[in-house]
Design a protein around this ligand. Structure first.
Ligand code: 4AD
Ligand code: MG
Length: 430
């Protein structure tokens, strides 16, 4: 007799199989008992009948608690009314482990309570579906990049200097030397692009951002492709291909999970290249027209991003920002040096910036000037400056925040549900 996952049960109709899982729900009606069992792949109803089922590990069925661990031997029967299409008639039921007073009951709990019990909350079908979609998104990102000749190359996580400005660094003591958790692998990816051509980083990044918004985590995962001999336009083309591939892949393969979480996928299905583009200047005009005026040189906030994104039916690139509000390494537009060849990709439906990228400065003197403008000490970046001394070429790259993409694709209110154990401003537990 074989052990079968709940997802595979429909391939075993008419057979007797073994299931392993946890009890999510229990109800009795006279001599018949209905158990809903989950195993991480899905849920199924198991029917236990006095006289037809033997049970072990417990005296009577009333002892079955939510989340107790079970193995069940039973016959698989098709049932068109069941969400999984099948039911199991139990022959034998073994309670492997009890679960007295499980804290998360099938009622509405507050978010703080759920986050406090995140180690258990992840068992709920909705949370498990989100984590499965997250895994699929990561797999799709990597598959796309691997299939297009990008080499996975891992930058360090412990770093000697800031990549994205010094205000959001987590610092640590590296045997008496100051060191920091990486905010972005980009500077190292630039070195690796000069070694390998097309590369990408995929790893955790850290920002001590004192912002308590539904989009910010202190620890988040970022994919960072970097491409040698690549200019601004080609950089945008890679981004729209990647984002479209990921969304279409999820729509195609995760329909059960999207249904579990109740995601309306109508707007996601329109995510295909080309994505619209507007410049920062155009954005300012559009924002003024809807009563959200900004002065040239001011950065956009979440309400501005949301208003702009609402004007389009798919993600929109915002380009040519004033250099003063962007990072030191961004290439100025030759036609208009006060703006940079950078783009933020804004997701629809109020999810804000999901990708940030740019062409990088490849001229040594210009880079030194920009570092001076940003009050940076070139000595802390001497290795990075070497990249401009030895065979420097135009190159570009971008960073996509995995949790922002998961939040958008799943239609979630907050990024805290997009990652197994979120690190937010006021929470490092559990
Ligand atoms: O725009 P950012 O800061 O860009 C960089 O770090 C570049 N060095 C990347 C590169 O070009 N290689 O961050 C990139 C993306 C954002 O668009 C957003 O999706 C995500 O990372 N992100 C965050 N996600 C969750 N919480 C935070 N605190 C985030 N900060 C950025
Ligand atoms: Mg950004």
């Amino acid at each position: 007799m074989s052990t079968v996952s709940i997802r595979e049960l429909s391939d075993h109709v008419g057979e007797t199989v073994i299931l392993q899982g946890w009890l999510t729900h229990f109800r009795s009606s006279g001599k018949i008992h209905f158990l809903v069992v989950r195993d991480g792949t899905g849920e199924v109803q198991v029917v236990v009948r006095a006289g037809k089922t033997v049970w072990r590990g417990l005296e009577n069925l009333e002892e079955l608690e939510q989340e107790c661990a079970l193995t069940i031997e039973g016959a698989v029967r098709s049932d068109p009314r069941a969400p999984s299409g099948v039911e199991v008639d139990a022959v034998e039921l073994v309670r492997l482990a009890p679960s007295p007073h499980y804290p998360i009951q099938p009622k509405a709990h507050g978010v703080d309570f759920l986050m406090e019990h995140r180690h258990l909350w992840v068992r709920s079908p909705r949370q498990a579906a989100i984590l499965r979609i997250r895994a699929r998104i990561i797999q799709a990102i990597r598959r796309f990049l691997d299939d297009h000749g990008f080499i996975l190359a891992d930058p360090p996580i412990i770093t000697p200097a800031a990549a994205e400005g010094t205000t959001t660094l987590f610092s640590l003591d590296y045997f008496g030397e100051p060191a920091y958790l990486s905010q972005s692998g980009q500077l190292y990816m630039e070195a690796l692009a000069m070694a390998l051509g097309r590369v990408y980083a995929f790893g955790p990044t850290f920002r001590a951002e004192k912002s308590k918004t539904r989009r910010h985590l202190m620890e988040f995962w970022m994919v960072e492709p970097e491409i040698a001999f690549c200019q601004f336009e080609e950089n945008l083309a890679w981004q729209e291909l990647l984002v479209s591939f990921v969304v279409q892949d999820v729509l195609q393969h995760m329909s059960a999970e999207l249904k579990t979480i109740g995601r309306d996928t109508e707007r996601l299905s329109r995510v295909e290249p080309p994505f619209p583009r507007i410049t920062y200047d155009e954005a300012l005009e559009r924002l003024r027209a809807v009563g959200l005026p900004l002065t040239w040189g001011e950065d956009l906030g979440a309400p501005h991003e949301t208003a702009l994104a609402e004007m389009f039916d798919r993600p929109v690139f915002l380009t040519h920002f004033p250099s003063t509000i962007k990072a030191f390494y961004m290439q100025p537009d030759p036609a208009r040096p006060e703006v940079v060849l950078a783009a933020d990709l804004l997701a629809p439906e109020g999810y804000g910036e999901i990708v940030g990228g740019s062409e990088r400065i490849h001229d040594l003197d210009l880079l030194l000037q920009r570092m001076k403008d940003h009050n940076m000490d070139p000595d802390h970046y001497s290795w990075y400056l070497d990249l401009r001394r030895y065979g420097s070429v135009p190159h570009s790259g971008f960073g996509m925040g995995v949790e922002r993409v998961v939040a958008w694709v799943c239609g979630l209110d907050h990024v805290r549900e997009t990652i197994p154990f979120a690190r937010t401003l006021n929470r490092v537990w559990p």
